[in-house]
Design a protein around this ligand. Structure first.
Ligand code: SF4
Length: 441
């Protein structure tokens, strides 16, 4: 959240010496507020003022990173309560619990790693193995941590600082999140987090206790925090998370300006998935689950993708000629828009027809067939131009082009523009496979 010029001015030396390149301290403050100057330009600003300005200008929710390299998960740094106000930036990380003494530990870690999906041109994965120190044994925990860290970012769940240290001796370089500092152990756990330079979860029961505990930990000089208000029933989790987000972004309430974590409480896989879906929407940075079952995880990840897509930037594919299968000059040519969902729906059905085909996704700024047609972005002229740009006249032996059934109205114009025979295809992508088999098999 930016500061006002006046709030910045109060922290400046008020010498009006012009050394910063502007006429007065007030003018410099206004330039800083507008992001057009750097505080470094004033040689007289005190360290205290610098710190006050830096921390006041810090984002409302801190960015915290867990994991490294390809497994890095960026949490926090959200700025709004509602997606339509701007966008949500960092998708909720999903983790799955595994006990360190589970006889099937290896298989369970592999199963979590295998929760990967390709949908509408995007690759979905889950982020974390959450390793629970059920054994109470440091060596077993450390050995299991190494196995988990080989596959995923890790959340180390243990109460004992010595147990956490044993695991961190092995995998600190992988930047796991340690879970959790509580009112009883926070000094020792904070020491561990500081020593190994890893992020740390803070657990307290209720918002007041959480505020108190975060303040104590920040006073110890540590801010790489992920906060857990302790609630586990769905309605209470949603109330707490909403309150935390609201206070952080609307009131710049620093004790709650951190990413959040919660654990599902439902045992049944479907109930648990529904709980997780609610937590992805409001406003958990990490959700830890128990049932690592593909059929329940895919809908959560699809939902997450929807929630965290920038509403002002439709997901689009590159508007270039696509070849589906081993195409020949006799292959059919389909037209659709470059809105991801439209394109991949068509592509999936064309693939299912097992008839190699060309598809041209017309550049409609990522909007769907009817929306783009209504906006004048998807008509005979645009399609003719794309066909010409891709040199379809010389690529194909035939002169048939298939358009979506919803825009049958553009057929005549397209025929006029290209001289091609325009075939009106099915309205829904789901009809394409049958349509293709009936016409081109
Ligand atoms: Fe004011 Fe600092 Fe600029 Fe001098 S250099 S005018 S003290 S802001």
């Amino acid at each position: 959240m930016g500061l006002t010029g006046l709030a910045i001015f109060k922290q400046l030396p008020k010498k009006n010496c012009k050394e910063c390149g502007v006429a007065t301290c007030m003018a410099f403050a206004m330039a800083l507020a507008a992001g057009k100057a750097s505080l470094d330009a004033c040689p007289y600003v005190t360290d205290e003022a610098k710190e006050a300005l830096d921390s006041a200008a810090a984002p409302p929710i801190k960015t915290v990173k867990v994991g490294v390299g390809e497994k890095e998960v960026v949490l926090g740094d959200e700025t709004v309560l509602f997606r339509h106000d701007k966008t949500f930036f960092h998708p909720t990380g999903l983790g799955f619990l595994v006990d360190d003494n589970d006889a099937e530990l290896d298989a369970k870690i592999d199963n979590i790693d295998g929760l990967q999906f390709d949908r509408v041109g995007q690759h979905y994965v889950v982020e974390f193995v959450t390793l629970n120190n059920a054994s109470g044994d440091a060596a077993a925990f450390a050995a299991a941590a190494e196995k988990a860290a080989a596959k995923k970012a890790v959340i180390l769940k243990a109460d004992d600082p010595a147990v956490l240290s044993a695991a961190l001796d092995k995998i600190a370089a992988e930047k796991p999140l340690i879970y959790a500092a509580t009112a009883d152990n926070y000094e020792a756990i904070t020491e561990v987090a500081k020593k190994y330079e890893v992020p740390m979860a803070v657990y307290a029961e209720g918002l007041d206790a959480l505020e108190d505990l975060v303040n104590k930990i920040v006073a110890l000089g540590y801010k790489e925090l992920v906060i857990d208000p302790g609630s586990r029933q769905t309605a209470q989790v949603l109330a707490d998370m909403t309150q935390i987000r609201r206070l952080a972004v609307k009131k710049t309430f620093r004790p709650f300006g951190y990413p959040t974590i919660t654990f599902t409480s439902e045992e049944d896989a479907l109930d648990e998935a529904i709980q997780a879906v609610a937590y992805v929407a409001k406003y958990c940075s990490i959700v830890v689950m128990k049932n690592a079952i593909k059929g329940y995880v895919l809908p959560i990840l699809s939902w997450r993708q929807n929630v965290f897509t920038d509403p002002q930037k439709p997901v689009a594919v590159e508007p270039k000629l696509m070849e589906i299968g081993a195409v020949t000059p006799d292959s059919p040519l389909y037209i659709t828009t470059n809105f991801s969902l439209s394109y991949y729906s068509v592509e999936g059905e064309v693939e299912a027809s097992r008839i190699p085909s060309y598809i041209i996704p017309i550049d409609t700024d990522g909007t769907s067939v009817l929306t783009s047609w209504a906006a004048g972005k998807f008509g005979g002229e645009q399609i003719a131009a794309a066909m010409k740009a891709n040199d379809m006249d010389s690529k194909l032996n035939h002169k048939d082009v298939i358009i979506p059934g919803f825009v049958a109205v553009i057929a005549a114009k397209l025929k006029d523009e290209t001289g091609w025979n325009v075939i009106v295809g099915p309205k829904e992508a789901s009809g394409i496979s049958g349509f293709a088999k009936a016409n081109f098999a």
